[in-house]
Design a protein around this ligand. Structure first.
Ligand SMILES: *Cc1c(COP(=O)(O)O)cnc(C)c1O
Length: 389
């Protein structure tokens, strides 16, 4: 028989840390108590008012039929209302919103819709791995924009070579950031819009953590920048915002033609999300968002526990302002991979090596705060003990 996988799938970058996963499974089978701080998936439940709405919507048989390809009017209106109330940005619910089956799906399809073989896509390094995989599948070329501590984990646009800028079509940004936890203010987005506009490059901002913020910090939307809608789109998701990862619902807003191009691809490949899920998600976005205060306080408390444990042994972490991640330096004598392997073997704690997110993640590991309080406390203690050895 012929090869099952296409050339392009055969050439997909391998997942570097399958051996770490294997080791985790082996240790678990041996009865070792493993604490997994590797996954970014909220442990807290979806708020009851959203679940109640889902149940209500299930009583209406008209909700069991196909949705419009761009999503139901109630959800698109809710996204538009949310942008106006939360960011003071006007969004046309008919032309500037696309409903997504989670933003992961949207990111992959957007790249397919915009990128031809050979086109460059500018991608933060380290970053959420989906951007890279989707560019690979589209036959595009990746140009990494390094995120370094000395620059606040923000890309230095001026250092991108001019010949890359000429061939690049799209740039990805993501704040609050996975994996670095870094946040930005509106001035950064102003700079990004001005820079990429000058070079005719579109921006896709992934704002998966826009509602997961701490203290007084509020994450801005790139669409708050004047003229951003003429060249930028923003991904949003209910997953981390409302503890709804498994529900699979998100949205893309902004530049009309990009929205429409994504619709062209999606209308041929999928038929949108189940209507009761869209309508329950609409209620979430239309709510007063008071739920966030308590939920974010839970993450903030966990973050402080972990930061304190690390500080006790002289490891400084960045300020805790957004996302569910801490981005922490590994000790000088170890690589990201060797640190994570030893932490698993010797302390039974899983964290993600920085290099899982790109070459510039070397020297770091990522801690996810999405585990119950007492487990996180226990993990903090074990990490501290391990590092004191
Ligand atoms: C979790 C995550 C997503 C995916 O969100 P879904 O809407 O659940 O697909 C997208 N981007 C980043 C940076 C994430 O961490």
């Amino acid at each position: 028989m012929k090869a099952v996988a296409s050339q392009i799938v055969q050439q997909m970058p391998p997942y570097l840390f399958s051996n770490l996963n294997r080791k985790k499974e082996t240790l678990k089978k041996q009865g070792v108590d493993i604490i997994d701080l590797g996954i970014g998936d909220p442990d807290l439940p979806t708020p009851t008012f959203i679940i109640d709405q889902l149940i209500k919507e299930l009583e209406h048989p008209e909700n069991f039929r196909y949705s419009a390809f761009n999503g139901c009017p109630e959800f698109r209106q809710a996204v538009s209302d949310f942008y106006f109330k939360h960011f003071q940005v006007e969004i046309d619910e008919n032309k500037e919103v696309q409903t997504l089956i989670g933003s992961k799906e949207g990111i992959a399809h957007l790249i397919q819709a915009m990128i031809d073989p050979g086109d460059f896509v500018l991608i933060p390094d380290p970053c959420y791995p989906v951007y890279k995989m989707a560019v690979h599948l589209a036959g595009g070329k990746i140009f990494p924009m390094p995120l370094k501590a000395e620059n606040g984990f923000k890309p230095v646009f001026e250092s991108i070579p001019i010949d890359v800028l000429k061939k690049a079509k799209l740039a990805f940004l993501n704040y609050p950031s996975n994996p670095t936890g870094a946040t930005v203010d509106i001035e950064f987005f102003e700079k990004a819009v001005a820079f990429f506009k000058k070079h005719g490059i579109y921006i896709a901002h992934d704002s998966a953590y826009n509602l997961v913020t701490y203290g007084d910090y509020q994450a801005p939307s790139i669409l708050q920048v004047d003229g951003a809608k003429e060249m930028a789109v923003e991904f949003g998701s209910l997953s981390k915002a409302f503890n709804m990862t498994g529900w699979r619902i998100g949205y893309l807003v902004g530049h009309k033609e990009i929205i429409n191009t994504l619709l062209t691809v999606k209308s041929n490949l999928d038929s949108s999300q189940f209507l009761p899920i869209q309508k329950a998600a609409a209620i979430a976005l239309e709510s007063d968002l008071s739920f966030l205060k308590e939920r974010n306080a839970v993450y903030e408390k966990r973050g402080k526990v972990m930061c304190q444990a690390l500080q006790d042994i002289g490891i400084e972490t960045g300020p805790l302002k957004g996302s569910i991640f801490l981005w922490v330096k590994v000790p000088e004598s170890m690589t990201s991979a060797s640190f994570c392997e030893r932490l698993l073997e010797e302390a039974g704690v899983v964290v993600t090596p920085g290099t899982a997110f790109g070459d510039h993640g070397e020297g770091y590991f990522r801690i996810s705060l999405s585990v119950p309080d007492e487990r996180l406390r226990e993990a903090a203690g074990r990490i501290k003990q391990f590092l004191m050895k």
